[in-house]
Design a protein around this ligand. Structure first.
Ligand code: ACO
Length: 330
């Protein structure tokens, strides 16, 4: 039997087979009407599992994603830049919290998800295994990485699972500020000295391919897409979103006065789709296998941060217990 702390708590419909037929019919009706499934509704086990997988990977990405830029807070070039960057990194922590909370409504606890991350058993976005080497990289992360995140996440505001979709509305508003701050950093560098412009170009060159790979493997290799699309979890395929993103940045890069490191980008009038050059999927698979430039560093840092935060968790638990005792007495 699943217990409160078990990873499988609430994940199975097996306990109530009598509800399966009516539950499935109601679920199918909600999905067909493009309406929302809420946590108390019956849902297929596989739907629940898919959502826990995607939402938790997303939450982990937000938390690990604090590291590349967090590393630059103390080295930001001005007080204003520092304040903006701090706000952005704090936003990412907030996104992680909304997403862990959304996952919890599916019957899995945040502690279990956190344990999976710390044990190296959970995925988080490939992009956060690349280093932020200088201030221009911070700009490229904002423009390209957060830009790709928005492109992927705006459709998620319409995801069929209520708590996830509602969390995404706020996340997307904040991501949009993040992208603009990155663009503005690059714009200033691009209009600076020759060396600064070169730094901005190098940063764009470094982050272009990894940002495109954030959208996931090509559709032909995407294990989950077709099922997730049929459940209104994914609204577009990985390649469709990647093409849409290329179409966005191809115009924006002109305003920066920089170039994208891909000469094969073109809009195919016949198919109505953006075409871009070959991406290095071997590199993507290496990163997913834990052998990217910063995988080991990111996990080690996360484990250390968790260990250092033990006293905060203990203090919060002690305070909650004290408060509960007081309320009992009153
Ligand atoms: N980084 C790490 N793993 C990835 C990535 C990536 N960029 N893209 C795909 N994968 C993994 C999938 O998680 C899946 O692994 P699993 O079966 O072990 O869970 C596998 O590769 C196959 O990929 P797909 O079948 O295409 O997986 P899926 O349908 O889940 O699509 C996607 C992947 C597009 C990332 C989807 O999960 C999604 O939209 N997630 C929500 C958004 C998100 O997590 N964004 C992360 C960045 S957030 C930020 O920038 C702060």
């Amino acid at each position: 039997m699943a217990t409160q702390d078990s990873p499988d708590r609430g994940l199975e419909n097996a306990d109530r087979p009598d509800l399966a037929e009516a539950g499935q019919a109601s679920f199918d009706k909600i999905i067909a009407a493009d309406s929302r499934i809420e946590p108390g509704d019956w849902m297929p086990d596989a739907y629940r599992k898919t959502l826990i997988r995607q939402i938790s990977q997303h939450a982990h990405s937000e938390i690990i994603g604090m590291q590349p830029e967090g590393n630059w807070i103390s080295r930001a070039p001005s007080l204003k830049r520092k304040a903006i960057l701090m706000a952005k990194v704090q936003d990412e922590a907030g996104h992680g919290l909304y997403l862990y909370s959304a996952a919890e409504t599916l019957g899995i606890s945040r502690d279990v998800l956190n344990d999976q991350l710390l044990a190296g058993k959970a995925r988080y976005s490939s992009i956060f295994n690349y280093p932020a080497r200088n201030w221009a990289d911070v700009g490229a992360i904002g423009w390209l990485v957060d830009g790709a995140a928005i492109c992927n996440q705006v459709p998620l505001c319409r995801v069929s699972f209520g708590p996830y979709g509602r969390a995404m509305v706020r996340v997307c508003k904040e991501e949009s500020f993040h992208q603009r701050q990155g663009f503005e950093i690059l714009l200033e560098l691009a209009n600076g000295t020759k060396a600064q412009k070169q730094m901005a170009q190098d940063a764009v060159n470094s982050f272009y391919s990894p940002a495109l790979m954030m959208f996931g493997p090509p559709d032909s290799d995407s294990a989950h897409s077709s099922q997730s699309i049929s459940w209104n979890i994914k609204r577009f395929s990985n390649d469709e979103l990647r093409q849409r993103f290329v179409g966005m940045i191809v115009e924006q890069v002109k305003v920066l006065g920089l170039t994208l490191p891909d000469h094969d980008i073109k809009f195919n009038e016949e198919t109505g789709k953006w075409e871009y050059g070959e991406l290095d999927w071997d590199e993507f698979n290496e990163v997913l296998a834990g052998r990217g430039p910063c995988n080991a560093q990111r996990l080690a840092h996360r484990r250390e941060a968790h260990k250092n935060g033990a006293w905060v968790r203990e203090a919060a638990a002690a305070y909650a217990a004290k408060k509960a005792k007081k309320e009992q007495v009153a």
